[in-house]
Design a protein around this ligand. Structure first.
Ligand SMILES: Cc1cc2nc3c(=O)[nH]c(=O)nc-3n(C[C@H](O)[C@H](O)[C@H](O)COP(=O)(O)OP(=O)(O)OC[C@H]3O[C@@H](n4cnc5c(N)ncnc54)[C@H](O)[C@@H]3O)c2cc1C
Length: 400
């Protein structure tokens, strides 16, 4: 067992953890030997790469100014001059970057700031608050004492399973379940459950591969350019959100703002075309139950019809429950950390949950607002943490 002592430990090496690490090093001038990112993946951003690859998405939903580098124009510059860019590198008037371009740019960021060397491949299993630091224990048995801990635990480890869906059936899979291996190899009839962008992308990917595809969606097709209105990226909507002191009302504002189960026009057009050409069958209803036939899975639908398929792929997004599982539950209990009625952290403007503990992503939602889970949310969280780190350093210099 080894015990290390650090200024900053970030739990989670996803989009948020990586961007925050880059900003703390480059903007707040935290020394690399004083910062680590712990994540169980074999490399940083592994969950992001896996989840996005499964969907078959070609472009991001967010525009090119949302990325992991510091300068907002970094990804645009990385893509090269518009005239020289290969076709499709940036899509539409919002210049949504190709996934391949975005991922290469992420690699550039990781390389530029030397982040791979700061990655501890491990899982944090317990945190306890000391006088001036937080003790974090890893599954390996190693420990880190950190003056500042950032919980950058996204939702990617908690896919939402509808109640009717068995979790132990060899041909019922959630596309975002860690270790997903449910992609059909031979020609099959597949039911894709869910009506959002990932569900549409998976259905289109299956149709392109020649499978018989059924989409079961509780609502009509919803078209929205972004996850939430761009007004939530700035003062237009955030002034009102910041003024709201009642956290239940803030939660309602977040829920109302999110365009859940929606997809941008390019994806919905492709989906409509596939439906028109009978490559995808659209079932506007919900699933009542699933039963095992001789070889097939029978989905009993709420509209009274039944659907026989070889495989069910759940594209039902992530659970709404607070991320972090037992690690965060125990921390709340032991350090008496404040939570709102929805179970999410009550933090200050610096995203501080406790004198040494900060949050980002879903855990920072009640402070950052509806974009908190997105890349834009990572950028907003990072700028607040950089301020904390700068003040921290200035305070130390004054004291010495
Ligand atoms: C398919 C898909 C496409 C998306 N497209 C966009 C887009 O175009 N634009 C946009 O803005 N957003 C998009 N998003 C939303 C969001 O940006 C992503 O979900 C992003 O990956 C969230 O990053 P994160 O760092 O919060 O979380 P995660 O990606 O969940 O990363 C968190 C990491 O923390 C690790 N972790 C969890 N618990 C522990 C622990 N105890 N110890 C150590 N490590 C731990 C996890 O293993 C994981 O690696 C998309 C999401 C998905 C799923």
């Amino acid at each position: 067992m080894t015990t290390a002592s650090l200024d900053w430990l970030i739990i989670g090496g996803g989009i948020h953890g990586v961007h925050i690490a880059a900003c703390l090093l480059a903007e707040a001038k935290i020394a690399p030997n004083q910062l680590r990112i712990v994540d169980p993946g074999s490399k940083l951003l592994e969950r992001w790469e896996t989840c996005t690859a499964i969907t078959g998405m070609t472009h991001l939903r967010s525009p090119a100014v949302h990325h992991l580098d510091l300068d907002a124009w970094s990804l645009n510059r990385f893509a090269g001059k518009p005239k020289r860019q290969s076709l499709g590198l940036m899509k539409g008037k919002y210049r949504k970057p190709a996934l391949s371009l975005f991922n290469s740019h992420c690699e550039k960021v990781i390389h530029q700031y030397g982040l791979s060397k700061l990655h501890i491949q491990d899982r944090a299993v317990a945190c306890s608050v000391g006088c001036e630091e937080v003790n974090v224990s890893f599954v390996s048995g190693n420990e880190v004492k950190a003056k500042n801990l950032v919980l950058a635990i996204g939702a990617a480890e908690q896919p939402h399973w509808p109640e009717w869906a068995p979790q132990d059936h060899a041909r019922v899979h959630h596309i975002f379940a860690p270790g997903f291996d449910g992609w059909p190899s031979s020609s099959e009839a597949v039911a894709v459950i869910g009506g959002g962008i990932s569900s549409a992308q998976v259905a289109l990917r299956l149709a392109r591969a020649g499978h018989e595809v059924h989409m079961v969606v509780r609502h009509a097709l919803r078209e929205e350019n972004f996850d939430s209105d761009p007004g939530w990226l700035g003062p237009k909507n955030m002034v009102q959100f910041d003024k709201e002191s009642n956290l239940n009302r803030r939660r309602r504002m977040i829920n109302d703002a999110r365009h859940r189960g929606s997809m941008p026009p390019d994806v919905s057009s492709a989906l409509r075309r596939a439906i028109d050409h009978s490559q995808i069958q659209w079932h506007a209803t919900a699933v009542e139950e699933v039963s095992q036939g001789e070889t097939e899975l029978r989905l009993q639908l709420k509209d009274g019809c039944a659907l026989d398929v070889d495989r069910i792929l759940l594209a039902t997004g992530f659970s709404k429950k607070r991320p972090g599982g037992a690690l965060v539950d125990d921390l709340i209990e032991s350090a008496s950390l404040p939570c709102a009625e929805c179970g999410y952290p009550v933090v200050d403007e610096s995203l501080r949950w406790h004198s040494n503990i900060f949050v980002t992503g879903p855990l920072a939602e009640l402070e950052i607002g509806p974009v908190s889970r997105n890349i834009a949310g990572a950028r907003r969280a990072a700028s607040r943490l950089v301020e904390v780190a700068r003040k921290d350093k200035a305070g130390l210099q004054k004291a010495s």
